[in-house]
Design a protein around this ligand. Structure first.
Ligand code: SF4
Length: 456
């Protein structure tokens, strides 16, 4: 969705160059990064740039990076290597790196890829127009990384990806320092936006036709704890639930230690809050949870899930699991499988542990051999595939409300939409349904999505 953008003073300078300028953004990682890319696109549009998918046409290419997994970081450098010929063909091209890898590696990015022109941090997004001007005017690279505040990028300047769904940042950063995670180092400590500011943004989104919002934060459950007199996260949900025009409210991510009964009752009582939650448990053994510094036990996690299932009928739960954390024994891993069996998650995201430069020093136990890690990863997925397939069978014949999003990427003859529980459903239907709610009866349950037919 191209929202109306304000023109900065540099806009006119961009135009007098006599040539239309183009940008291309490549985004890695989580929804927070996707949302940051919307802000970046908005700022560049305000400067007179247009989006392009044709890389040789681009005047600026921005890699918005993720450093949660080692693989994501490796991908950034391999992609930068592939961009080098573009830079050689067009020396005026500005190659920029932002996001968590930029925040964590700072100047080291240019040591590995000296042809990068601009490196900017997660808190520097709003300075992008100025940084670009400096790089162009002074013909020298620029690195700008600051820390410790929410990027105040003007929300009116976003180029949103959807006309009816939107992300809304409610807080940034994390205070938890899980031993495998770089987020507190690259996104800083927790900073919440005021509930008035968030409510104003959501009202404006509703006025623009947005029907579904996803509230973003590294740890939404501790929303407001850094602000005097602010409402709690469940209080914020209650406030947003009253905004006319918004039909669905989602949020990510929740930390099990801060996940409380207040939020469970909010999920039960607030009609627009979708009955779906992502609640990462990471490991089933208390030894490993302690080594990860997660600050909850397996028993506490299972108790909270039980209360959630009893209180919120039909709730679907997804999770994150780390396999082969250093020191993980066969018994520890068996306990992870046991949590999977007890909870029956509708979906999981799992990773084999990899060392992260900023946090790995806290982990003393020996790393597991790759073959052992891979074998455990495969056993985990065998079990989860079986659980998912059994759950999906129980959905056949059920009528579900979907928000219709687009034509299917894999089968353009079908529409796709998402249920309140965030299930992807493919079904035959007319283009006019896109952006609207429809009732679909589930006819088939696949591994990653469902199939259905419209109910009239
Ligand atoms: S809670 Fe742990 S895993 Fe989540 S962002 Fe914070 S440090 Fe990282």
């Amino acid at each position: 969705m191209q929202t109306k953008t304000k023109k900065s003073p540099y806009f006119y300078a961009t135009k007098v160059l006599g040539k239309r300028m183009y940008y291309h953004i490549i985004t890695f990682g989580c929804q927070m990064n996707e949302h940051d890319s919307e802000k970046i696109a908005g700022l560049l549009s305000g400067e007179g740039y247009r989006a392009t998918d044709d890389l040789p046409q681009a005047d600026i290419i921005i890699l918005n990076t993720c450093s949660v997994r080692d693989k994501a970081e490796q991908k950034v450098f391999s992609l930068l290597g592939r961009m080098k010929p573009l830079k050689e063909q067009n020396p005026a091209l500005i190659l920029a790196v932002c996001g968590c890898v930029a925040q964590g590696m700072k100047g080291k990015i240019r040591q590995r890829a000296p042809y990068v022109d601009l490196v900017f941090g997660t808190q520097n997004i709003e300075n992008l127009p100025l940084l670009l001007q400096e790089v162009r005017a002074k013909h020298r690279p620029r690195i700008e990384i600051i820390e410790g505040r929410i990027s105040p990028t003007d929300r009116h300047n976003l180029v949103r990806q959807s006309n009816f769904k939107a992300w809304v940042t409610i807080m940034e950063g994390c205070n938890n320092f899980c031993t495998y995670c770089v987020v507190p180092y690259v996104r800083g400590r927790e900073r919440s936006r005021s509930n008035r500011e968030i409510a104003t943004e959501v009202r404006e989104l509703a006025d623009q036709g947005i029907q579904e919002i996803t509230l973003l934060g590294q740890n939404v459950n501790s929303y407001g704890s850094d602000l005097a007199g602010e409402v709690s996260f469940s209080g914020l949900l209650a406030l947003l639930n009253n905004i006319p025009g918004i039909e669905r409210i989602r949020f990510v991510t929740s930390h099990p230690k801060d996940f409380n009964s207040g939020l469970i009752y909010a999920l039960r009582d607030l009609d627009k809050v979708c009955e779906q939650i992502h609640l990462p448990f990471q490991a089933g053994s208390n030894n490993i949870l302690s080594a990860m510094n997660r600050r909850y036990t397996r028993e506490e996690y299972l108790e909270k899930v039980q209360l959630l299932r009893e209180t919120v009928p039909g709730v679907e739960i997804s999770t994150d699991v780390i396999v082969a954390f250093p020191g993980e024994t066969e018994e520890d891993f068996t306990q992870t499988l046991d949590v999977l069996k007890q909870v029956c998650f509708e979906s999981i995201f799992s990773f084999i542990y990899s060392d992260r430069p900023l946090s790995q020093s806290k982990i003393k136990a020996p790393r597991l051999p790759y073959q052992t890690s891979l074998a455990r990863f495969e056993r985990l997925w065998q079990l989860q595939n079986q659980i998912t397939s059994e759950i999906n069978q129980t959905l056949i014949g059920k009528k579900m409300e979907v928000l219709v999003e687009e034509f299917s990427k894999t089968d353009p003859g079908l529409l796709t939409g998402r249920t309140r529980t965030n299930r992807l459903v493919h079904f035959a239907g007319d283009k006019s349904l896109i952006g609207r709610f429809a009732d679909v009866e589930i006819t088939e349950g696949g591994k990653h999505s469902l199939r259905g037919q419209l109910v009239f």
